[in-house]
Structure formats: structure tokens, C-alpha cells
Design a protein around this ligand. Structure first.
Ligand SMILES: Nc1ncnc2c1ncn2[C@@H]1O[C@H](COP(=O)(O)OP(=O)(O)OP(=O)(O)O)[C@@H](O)[C@H]1O
Length: 296
């Protein structure tokens, strides 16, 4: 049951209008109709006006092949706008200094990698970027719309993926059905079709990480903070992940990703090396971009 027969053609036409390939638009319309059938409700009732849902979905997906090259930058995502700025940031736990005097600027359309030895403070720095931990010194300015994907945790074992979508969507003021539908679309892009009955604790580690990733981007944030988000991914999903990072960058989002895999660095614009072994200031440009971080 999809309700108003004009809804799906309008939805598909709007997706094409927004730059999607016709075949991709048709596929999304098909998936959307299927979701409506599974919920046993009309599309308009579930998703609201077709053109608004199409815009929401394109913003949320920003996936490779989803968007044709844009002739203009979407409003609010102008390339170059500063999304994150750390100045002189340091963190101490009791008497132990984890890192000191870190500068980092991430603009819309940039990917920054945070690297360094185990225990040098990469996760701590990312939590500071997300506003989940307070720096001992320095200042942090960030955009309001941030998506954070922790290294582990972040999901509740007794909830299903759909329940996670609803819960995290509610925090971003998304209606439950829209949150579930967006979550399912994002999941499929990672080659994952969530099982409605299976709780997070019964998912494989890699699939739980996919859930984490979907939750981090459910509300279409401007800035994504990813803490080694691909652990447990198989090779195909890992490749898809970096394609997705490029798609986020191309759609004008900023990405900070913690990684210990040096071959990942070819995908990024700047590298912040937090390693205690690094002799002094150590942010370097990568792939022709610029870096502004340092560690004293
Ligand atoms: N709440 C805390 N209290 C005390 N020490 C902490 C706390 N959180 C982290 N640390 C310490 O801070 C240091 C940095 O930890 P963090 O997890 O940020 O490092 P990391 O670079 O992400 O490590 P890894 O590469 O192993 O993931 C570690 O020595 C850790 O033990």
C-alpha cells in the first residue's frame, strides 16, 4: 500500500531534479515503496510531502553515484567554511599530559586524519572535537551539526537497529518513521539490510560498526567525527567507506577520521600526527591540502 499514486512519481522526479541518476532515483523510489508496504501505510502518511522527503534523503545519503556534479554549492555547505577549529588544545589526566598545544582547522569539503601511536590521545582528541570531553587548555569552535562515531560502544545491545534509528532520530528531532526510513537507506548503502528482529548485541562486530556509522550520519551533519569506524568491515565495505568519505567531502561536509592505517592517508587533505614520538609540531598536508595543526 503506497497511498496517493502520484507520490512515488513525484518523489522519483524530484530525486532526478536534485541530481541523482534516473536509475538510482528509480531504485530509491522502489525501496521507499517497499518500506511503506512493510509499514502498511501510505507514503505521504509515512514520509510527508514527496519533494521534501526527496531533499532530505539526498542530503542524508550524499553517496557516490547519488549526486551528479553540482553546478552550485548547496546553501550552508559552502566549501571553505570553517566547521571545526582547535587552538592550543591540550588534555591532562591528573598529572599526565596526554597532548598539548594542538591546533586544527577543518573546513567544509575537507578530510583530516588524526594518526599516532596507541595511547597518544586520538580518541580523546576526537571526543573533545565532539564536545564530549573538555580540554584542559585551549579553545574549540565547532559547527552545530556534528555526527560522532565512536571507536566502540555507541549502541545499546538490547535495541534493534530500527529502534536505534528512532532513538537517535528523536534526538535530532526527526519523526520516528522518517528516522527509520533514512537509517535503512543509509544502511543499504553499506551493503547492509537491517534485520528488524535482531538486537545490536547479536550483530557481528562489523555490522555493529555499520550501525554506528549510520547513527552518526542519520541527521545529515555538516561535520563527521569518525574514530576508526571501519574496524571489522570486510574489504568491499572498507572500499565503500572511503568512497563515502570522498562523497561527504564532495558534498561540502567536513570529516575528521582517526586511523592507524597509513595507506588511508592518500584519501585525506591533512594529517594531524599526535604521536608522542613525533619531534614537535607535526601536522602535514596530504594530497595537496593544507594543515594547520601542531603539537608542541
Ligand atoms: N578518563 C581517563 N582517565 C585517565 N586516563 C585516561 C582517560 N581516558 C583516556 N586516558 C588515557 O589517555 C591516553 C590517551 O587515550 P586515547 O584512548 O585517547 O588514545 P588513542 O591514541 O586513541 O589510543 P588507541 O590508538 O589505542 O585507540 C591513554 O594513556 C589513556 O590511558
Amino acid at each position: 500500500m503506497t497511498g496517493d499514486p502520484r507520490w512515488l512519481p513525484r518523489f522519483e522526479a524530484e530525486l532526478v531534479q536534485l541530481g541523482l541518476e534516473p536509475a538510482r532515483a528509480r531504485q530509491l523510489a522502489g525501496e521507499t515503496a517497499q518500506q511503506a508496504a512493510e509499514f502498511g501505510a501510505g507514503t505521504a502518511e509515512l514520509f510527508g510531502p514527496a519533494h521534501l522527503y526527496a531533499r532530505h534523503l539526498v542530503a542524508a545519503l550524499s553517496a557516490p553515484g547519488d549526486t551528479a556534479p553540482r553546478t552550485e554549492t548547496p546553501p550552508g555547505l559552502a566549501r571553505g567554511r570553517v566547521l571545526l577549529r582547535l587552538e592550543g588544545v591540550g588534555k591532562r589526566h591528573r598529572r599526565t599530559t596526554v597532548f598539548a598545544d594542538v591546533d586544527l582547522t577543518v573546513r567544509a569539503g575537507e578530510v583530516a586524519a588524526v594518526v599516532g601511536a596507541n595511547g597518544c590521545g586520538k580518541s580523546t582528541l576526537l571526543r573533545i572535537c565532539a564536545g564530549l570531553s573538555t580540554p584542559t587548555t585551549g579553545t574549540v569552535h565547532r559547527t552545530a551539526r556534528v555526527g560522532y562515531v565512536p571507536q566502540d560502544g555507541g549502541t545499546a545491545g538490547w535495541l534493534t537497529p530500527a529502534e536505534h534509528f528512532t532513538l537517535f532520530g528523536a534526538a535530532a528531532r526527526m519523526a520516528p518513521r522518517r528516522a527509520r526510513s533514512t537509517g535503512e537507506h543509509l544502511a543499504r548503502r553499506l551493503a547492509w539490510r537491517p534485520d528488524r528482529a535482531r538486537c545490536a548485541q547479536h550483530l557481528s562486530g562489523g555490522t555493529r560498526q555499520k550501525l554506528n556509522l549510520v547513527l552518526g550520519e542519520l541527521h545529515a551533519p555538516d561535520l563527521l567525527l569518525l574514530d576508526e569506524p571501519y574496524q571489522g568491515f570486510d574489504q568491499g565495505t572498507y572500499v565503500d567507506f572511503w568512497q563515502q568519505v570522498r562523497a561527504w567531502r564532495d558534498s561540502g561536509r567536513g570529516v575528521v577520521v582517526v586511523t592507524h592505517l597509513l595507506h588511508d592517508l592518500r584519501h585525506v587533505d591533512q594529517v594531524l600526527d599526535l604521536s608522542a614520538a613525533a619531534p614537535g609540531p607535526s601536522t602535514a598536508p596530504a594530497g595537496g591540502g593544507h594543515g594547520t595543526g601542531r603539537r608542541a
